[in-house]
Design a protein around this ligand. Structure first.
Ligand SMILES: Cc1cc2nc3c(=O)[nH]c(=O)nc-3n(C[C@H](O)[C@H](O)[C@H](O)COP(=O)(O)O)c2cc1C
Length: 224
């Protein structure tokens, strides 16, 4: 079992979000998972420029680290994504990656069958809304999310190893491993996937000439 963790904070070794993402990963590793941790700030990711090319060709026009990251995620069973709250939402660095999912990853539900978990930290508020936003974004790629750790941290410095949030992160890692091992089903999220396929089918039928690659992908999957 392979699990990837992405931290959206630019603060790397000083990041409390990083601590929590790593704790989710380490707890999963203690149960036998192979893990990989990534600071999004280390990647070169360009903004989505809404050129529409990915829908037509299946490929993004940017030559940066996005595809290599997506290849890693495609080869993994699960993904943990964390972000600090920056003005009521995720960091700009993470949002660049999320916007890039809007192309083939979401339109073609390319992460169906994978599991996710999310982490959000704030200085005072917005952590639950940000965690919810991240979870919804992952569900829209086709993933099922097993849970969230969201905390407001009104102190400077790193979290204590025995803090409540670190304990919750450890438990989230175990939930993630269990979900992958048992192919756990979350009926509400499966329903969201079905609703997406139902709704998006009409968008694709309408744009079938323009979005040729995606149309073919759906045809091959038998979703049309
Ligand atoms: C640019 C910026 C914007 C922030 N915006 C908010 C905010 O809107 N609400 C909040 O409660 N905390 C806000 N914070 C505080 C961070 O969310 C908080 O310190 C978080 O735990 C940092 O995570 P990290 O240690 O992983 O970098 C902001 C911090 C920065 C640098």
């Amino acid at each position: 079992m392979k699990i990837i963790g992405i931290n959206g904070s630019p603060r790397k070794s000083q990041s409390r979000t990083a601590q929590l993402v790593k704790e989710v990963l380490n707890s999963a590793a203690a149960s036998g998972a192979e893990i990989e941790y990534i600071d999004i700030i280390d990647l070169k990711l360009n903004f989505c420029i809404a050129c529409d090319k990915c829908h037509k060709s299946g490929k993004c026009v940017h030559n940066d680290d996005f595809q290599a990251l997506m290849d890693k995620i495609a080869a993994a069973d699960a993904l943990v994504v964390g972000s600090p709250v920056y003005i009521f939402s995720v960091t700009a660095q993470l949002k660049v990656w999320l916007d890039r999912l809007g192309g083939t990853t979401i339109h073609c539900q390319q992460l169906l069958g994978k599991y996710g978990a999310v982490v959000a930290t704030s200085g005072s508020s917005g952590e639950n809304e940000t965690a919810q936003y991240l979870e919804t974004s992952l569900i829209f790629t086709g993933m099922q999310c097993v849970g969230k750790v969201a905390g407001s941290i009104d102190t400077d410095g790193l979290l204590a190893a025995d803090s409540q949030l670190m304990k919750e992160a450890g438990e989230l890692g175990l939930s993630l491993v269990k979900a992958v091992e048992t192919k756990q089903e979350f009926p509400e999220q499966i329903n969201m996937h079905k609703q997406f396929l139902e709704y998006f089918k009409y968008a694709l039928l309408k744009h079938q000439d323009k979005w040729a690659w995606e149309y073919k992908y759906w045809q091959d999957k038998g979703w049309l």
